[in-house]
Design a protein around this ligand. Structure first.
Ligand SMILES: Cc1cc2nc3c(=O)[nH]c(=O)nc-3n(C[C@H](O)[C@H](O)[C@H](O)COP(=O)(O)OP(=O)(O)OC[C@H]3O[C@@H](n4cnc5c(N)ncnc54)[C@H](O)[C@@H]3O)c2cc1C
Length: 653
């Protein structure tokens, strides 16, 4: 089709042209183009640097050895199957008449740990280093004695790029228009087909067929520096064949980001997990509790303790330090109309807030944000910690553009990321109002401060942005506090709450309570393959609005009938919960799948959220969910499973 491929041509820089194209500088001249795909492999970060953006990539040494020809294989018809031994951590496969053995060894070795790849390194290997593979070779020979009958013909020790989670970068680069990453593949040969397909869809259709958040380059934000990626990649390489348990909180590279309350929580015994780089308390052991992680697919050692936390929040009051909630402000003439054109529902009235769904043109949910209206044309947008760059880019790219002739609001709308200026403390539970009231002169009763509304509150010497909303479904407030005052406000809340037995709670308790309330989680229940209607969020979609991105597709989908919809299941299981991807069946038909599972400590039932064929998604339908290989009975429940009429968050007591 006329494409030209220039081999042995080094890219040396990028510039933006006046006509919004890219000028690619090379050692053989310049090339102008609309789109750039950085497929620079283990030099992907170097290429990204040329565009002024750091991309976290560490290069690991990976070796395999090739044996001499094995007589039994010479006469063997066909190929032996590929063998993977996850216990001893190696792969073994046939190569011609010999075998290849490739271990993922403990004592992984980052190469060029400072990120600087020598200029002239190309199509080269590292020197052999078989000593560190000795144990693995012996283990493999025990398992496959034929391996030990011949000598080693060749050793390959080469560079493999790793992102901090070992997954590639496939998708848009943050802050660079029409610039995509397609690099950092640790298994690039087998991943190449899907990566190529998705890259083409990004460029031609604007969006890939599948939700690709797990490989989206924007999943790592500014905290992921060189030190971080080397630490994480080393850990990951060593565990390449290890089992990923649902609640494994791997330690490398942590803590990357902490809130001012971190040390207080630590002193209270908190166990932590990282979310979007931020350390968040997961649970709080009590005297005599084991804290050593027992990675498992079954209920873990913290199960009962997390139950205590949930019951305490629902009966009294709890405090959660929710570090890193991403926050943006949108203000200026035209801000309301612009935001309205992006969201499926309605904007909130003054001092009110609402959940909002930002859809792609095909109707899939791209972002979920809480929008609070601070004045007519001034909004606070709050989204997940991990969504910081992803959501920011979605907004930035849709700001009225000078090329957009119909736009009268170019340069009047200001979009600012204020994440690092504000921390978030969540106070929730029946006594939350009593605790907060001790610290402020503002009235907090329903008439003065209704559910789903906003007010600035004076607490001590600081003004806190208080939102009467929370993710656990209780009377409560999200308090957004300027970082310089977070500790003081935390201490004040703990002090005022002492008489009400206030206590910290963690992410595991929050997760259990949000499952009871059936609150969707971004990139878990909500992803770009599902419209808000399929996600059961009809009340946040207004098809009577003249226009919003995705409206036509959602209308068409509705007219055609939804193939499947969100459901909440009560599962009859013991000792293990459903996890993402567990199939749901009715009779012999696979009719859906689970997106999240866990135990609802206050409804005393195992819960699975997921998607189910629409004709079956009716309260009372009996289904089965496969958990750890066993089919378990489950029933479609009435959403929300706890406090169905939302009386608790609306409480005036
Ligand atoms: C020992 C070993 C065993 C492996 N085994 C397997 C396996 O069994 N299965 C599997 O799937 N994967 C395996 N891999 C991984 C696989 O080889 C890589 O993931 C894959 O080659 C990556 O392909 P890529 O195109 O992304 O990067 P690369 O192959 O590294 O290509 C990047 C290209 O970008 C070019 N480039 C870089 N900078 C510039 C610049 N400034 N200007 C112009 N061009 C530039 C480079 O010259 C190069 O051609 C193995 C790797 C090793 C080392």
């Amino acid at each position: 089709m006329g494409a030209e491929i220039n081999r042995f041509t080094r890219v040396t820089g990028f510039e933006r042209t006046d006509s919004h194209e890219w000028l690619v500088k090379t050692d053989k001249g310049d090339i102008t183009c609309e789109y750039i795909v950085n497929a620079g492999g283990y030099r992907g970060h170097e290429v990204s640097d040329l565009a002024g953006k750091f991309l976290p990539i560490a290069t690991m040494e990976h070796q395999y050895l090739v044996t001499e020809s094995i007589p039994e294989l010479e006469n063997h018809p066909g190929l032996l199957p590929l063998v993977r031994d996850p216990d001893d951590s190696y792969y073994l496969r046939q190569e011609k008449q010999g075998l290849i053995l490739g271990p993922y060894e403990w004592g992984a070795t980052p190469h060029w740990a400072d990120g600087k790849v020598p200029d002239n390194f190309a199509y080269e290997l590292y020197p052999d280093d078989l000593d560190r593979l000795e144990w693995y070779i012996e283990r493999a020979c025990e398992r496959m004695p034929i391996l030990g009958t011949v000598g080693v013909q060749r050793v390959i020790n080469g560079p493999i790029p790793y992102a901090p989670d070992g997954l590639p970068y496939i998708g848009p680069a943050f802050g660079l228009p029409n610039f995509f990453h397609c690099n950092s593949f640790s298994f690039g040969i087998c991943q190449g087909g899907g990566a190529g397909k998705s890259m083409a869809e990004y460029i031609i259709d604007g969006k890939p067929e599948w939700d690709l958040w797990s490989v989206d380059p924007r999943r790592y934000t500014e905290y992921a520096d060189q030190k971080y990626v080397v630490a994480r990649a080393t850990e990951l390489y060593q565990r390449e064949y290890a089992i990923a348990f649902p609640h494994d909180e791997w330690p490398a590279g942590r803590p990357a980001l902490t809130t001012p309350v971190y040390e207080r929580l630590k002193a209270d015994g908190a166990q932590f997990g990282a979310r979007g780089g931020w350390e968040r308390a997961t649970w709080f052991p009590q005297d005599g509790d084991t804290v050593e992680a027992e990675a498992s697919f079954h209920r873990e050692h913290w199960f009962e303790r997390v139950g205590d936390e949930c019951r305490h929040v629902r009966a009294k009051v709890g405090l959660l330090d929710l570090g890193g909630f991403s926050k943006y402000e949108v203000e200026g003439e035209g801000a309301a109309d612009w935001l309205d054109s992006l969201i499926a529902g309605n904007l909130p009235k003054l001092n009110r807030l609402t959940l909002s769904y930002f859809c792609a043109p095909d109707g899939g949910v791209v972002c979920e944000m809480t929008i609070t209206r601070l004045s007519d044309d001034h909004f606070l947008l709050i989204t997940a910690a991990a969504a910081k760059w992803h959501d920011m880019q979605w907004l930035q790219e849709r700001l009225p553009h000078e090329n957009d002739i119909s736009a009268s609001t170019v340069n009047t709308i200001k979009l600012t990321d204020i994440t690092r200026d504000w921390d978030t403390l969540v106070i929730a539970g029946p006594d939350a109002r009593k605790v907060l009231q001790k610290l402020t002169n503002s009235k907090l009763d329903n008439a003065s401060f209704p559910w789903l509304s906003y007010q600035p509150l004076q607490i001590g010497g600081t003004t806190v942005r208080a939102l009467r909303v929370n993710y656990v479904g209780e009377l409560g407030w999200e308090l957004h506090v300027n970082t310089s005052s977070t500790l003081a406000v935390y201490d004040a809340l703990m002090g005022a709450g002492a008489e009400f037995k206030i206590r910290n709670f963690g992410m595991y308790a929050m997760e259990s309570m949000r499952l009871e309330k059936c609150y969707r989680a971004w990139k878990v229940e909500l992803d770009s393959e599902y419209s808000p209607l399929r996600s059961g969020l009809d009340r946040f979609v207004n098809l009577d609005k003249p226009a919003f991105i995705g409206k036509d597709a959602i209308q068409t989908e509705l007219d055609a009938g939804l193939p499947d919809v969100f459901v909440a299941l009560l599962v009859d299981t013991e000792g293990a919960e459903a996890i993402y991807g567990c199939p749901i069946r009715v009779g012999d038909d696979i009719a859906g799948y689970v997106t999240s599972g866990g135990y609802g400590h206050c409804i005393k039932s195992s819960i699975a959220l997921g998607y189910l064929r629409t004709d079956l998604a009716i309260r009372g339908t009996q289904v089965e969910v496969q958990i750890l290989g066993k089919w378990r009975n489950a029933v479609v429940g009435q959403e929300p499973l706890f406090d169905p009429s939302n009386e608790r968050p609306r409480s005036n007591d």
